[in-house]
Design a protein around this ligand. Structure first.
Ligand code: FEO
Length: 162
């Protein structure tokens, strides 16, 4: 069954959102590197790579459905933050936003009875639960420890192991 034009456009939009996410995290990595927080920088670099993989998953999917992929322009990301907690709060809010986008795609696939797209999106629904858990977990940890230099240093060391 042919994928609809509306669904193709919505997935192309999501490809852009994933590349935008990648750039947001790459800019966060650069910010942390500049602050001397190499563990957090490393964590964000991994996150950047995951987002590129997400974009590639959607691209591969459209290829398999015989649909046209449009390689998007990437928005310039924010480059400075107040502190580590500010960065992770922003990342957490961003992941919640991405989750809402994935849910909207799922709603659309359901209303179109596009079972193949629903099946593909299931992976992203699960992935978003994990992404929110990861970023939200770091926010909770920094809030609990107090966001002072000593705590940030401890969390930085922990995140270097990702
Ligand atoms: Fe691709 Fe972090 O969502």
């Amino acid at each position: 069954m042919k994928i609809s034009e509306a669904m193709t456009a919505a997935i192309n939009d999501q490809i852009k959102a994933e590349f935008d996410s990648a750039y947001i995290y790459l800019a966060m990595s650069a910010y942390f590197e500049d602050c001397g927080l190499s563990g957090m920088s490393h964590w964000m670099q991994k996150q950047y790579k995951e987002e590129v993989e997400h974009a590639e998953k959607f691209i591969e999917y459209l290829y398999r459905r015989g649909a046209r992929v449009i390689i998007p322009e990437i928005a310039r990301p924010k480059e400075s933050y107040n502190d580590a907690l500010d960065v992770f709060r922003t990342a957490y809010a961003h992941e919640q936003y991405v989750t809402s986008r994935i849910y909207k795609l799922m709603d659309m696939a359901e209303s179109e009875k596009d079972y193949a797209t629903q099946s593909m999106l299931k992976w992203f629904v699960d992935e978003q639960t994990e992404e929110e858990d990861n970023t939200g977990g770091i926010v909770a940890k920094l809030e609990f420890l107090g966001n002072d230099k000593h705590s940030v240093y401890m969390v930085d060391r922990e995140l270097s192991a990702r």
